[in-house]
Design a protein around this ligand. Structure first.
Ligand SMILES: CNc1nc2c(CCNCC3CCCC3)c3nc(N)[nH]c(=O)c3cc2[nH]1
Ligand SMILES: [Zn+2]
Length: 376
């Protein structure tokens, strides 16, 4: 096992659940887990400055290989000194491999053993992404953590299709490891697939853990399946992954799913939700979702969340935020995005504290009650 540039240190297991407290060390710093990772698809966490991400406690953010490869191009990012320099962010960066984005962005695609042929969602031009290409683009972009090139099959695909897809994704993972140019400075994660089939998840995990990855992602989830289904798959998948390496559940970010994922041993999460819903004035608060552009808040001079101490909640009222969002004022997007990111990062800080105190179950019950998850 080569000494990876990205390492996991288990600090403590929570007494009553599968939750664990840890730290992940990368060439751009160490962060505590469980951790939520803000998404910055086009090398920016929309409307938020790096200094603001730092002040709200983000230790690592995501960017997107597919999008950056198309625009501005990996060569420009590389010439600029890599993603950290390009976007003026000196903490952790993780990039996805582009596979998921190809499947979710372009309907015209053809999956072959050598890779995926598809059309650009920007100008319809013909493109081709192979495991080698996806890895080498990530080598050029320079993130601390890279993802293998995988296929995330639709959740309702047949057993035979998923079985073939898992076997190909394992072959693609092997090819990606071979093609990786900077194994000493960039950690590469394998991505476990298998949809909802336990034997295929076991096969995928067996294949990938027999290869020397720095960490493991759980893919193929949060693609429209019921949450109970996602939790069922996690119940038998996370225990298959090594305890001494990071576990990353891809595309998960609602408060309930974050807590449920942590209880099943997941360390890292990402989701576009906080900034995406902020743009239409939807915010997450300790009392549940609050759509601040609703008329109900026109004369409501309280902060978004009385229990939140973020910049938005300390300085602005619901009435002001509603006014900005209704008027399409950019500052309104910044304030709601800031609060939503702060809310999730703060939730994970509270979850880490609950793990330290071995009372994650009580924390979950209290949080679910207040957020309104228990309402019929
Ligand atoms: C939202 N649900 C979901 N997302 C998934 C994602 C994307 C995770 N988020 C990436 C960031 C978003 C923009 C920049 C990078 C998945 N990615 C891969 N490679 N494989 C999955 O099975 C996979 C599965 C996923 N499910
Ligand atoms: Zn706030």
């Amino acid at each position: 096992m080569s000494n990876h540039p990205v390492t996991y240190q288990l600090e403590k297991k929570e007494k009553h659940t599968g939750a664990r407290l840890g730290t992940i060390t990368t060439p751009h710093g160490t962060f505590e887990t469980p951790m939520f990772m803000p998404v910055g698809t086009l090398a920016t966490v929309k409307t938020i400055a790096p200094e603001e991400l730092e002040e709200m406690g983000a230790g690592i953010i995501l960017s997107n290989t597919y999008h950056l490869w198309l625009r501005p191009g990996a060569d420009i990012v590389e010439e600029a000194g890599g993603l950290h320099k390009f976007m003026n962010w000196d903490k952790g960066i993780l990039t996805d491999s582009g596979g998921f984005q190809v499947f979710s962005l372009s309907d015209l695609r053809d999956i072959k053993e050598e890779g995926v042929h598809f059309r650009s969602h920007l100008d319809g031009s013909k493109l081709f992404l192979s495991p080698e290409k996806a890895i080498n683009v990530q080598n050029q972009l320079g993130p601390d953590i890279m993802m293998s090139f995988d296929e995330c099959p639709p959740y309702d695909e047949s057993y035979d299709y998923v079985k073939k897809s898992v076997e190909r994704t394992s072959r693609w993972a092997e090819r990606g490891l071979e093609a990786h140019k900077n194994p000493d400075t960039q950690g590469l994660f394998g991505i476990v697939q298998g949809a909802g089939f336990e034997d295929l998840r076991r096969q995928s995990a067996k294949d990938l853990t027999s290869m020397d990855f720095a960490g493991y992602s759980i893919g193929g989830l949060s693609v429209g399946e019921p949450k109970s289904e996602m939790y069922r798959v996690l119940d038998f998948t996370t225990p298959l992954l090594p305890e001494n390496k990071p576990r990353y559940l891809m595309g998960v970010g609602t408060p309930d799913a974050l807590i449920e994922g942590v209880m099943r041993g997941v360390d890292m999460f990402d989701c576009v939700l906080p900034t995406r819903i902020a743009r239409n004035g939807t915010t997450m608060t300790s009392q549940g979702r609050l759509v601040v552009k609703n008329a109900a808040y026109a004369r409501d001079y309280r902060p978004l969340d009385e229990k939140c101490d973020c910049y938005t909640c300390r300085n602005y009222s619901r009435a002001y935020l509603r006014h900005l969002i209704k008027s399409n004022e950019t500052f309104g997007l910044r304030l709601t995005s800031y609060h939503n990111l702060y809310f999730l990062l703060n939730l994970m800080k509270d979850v880490r504290q609950a793990i330290r105190e071995d009372n994650l179950l009580e924390f979950k019950e209290r949080f679910f009650e207040e957020y309104g998850y228990n309402k019929p």
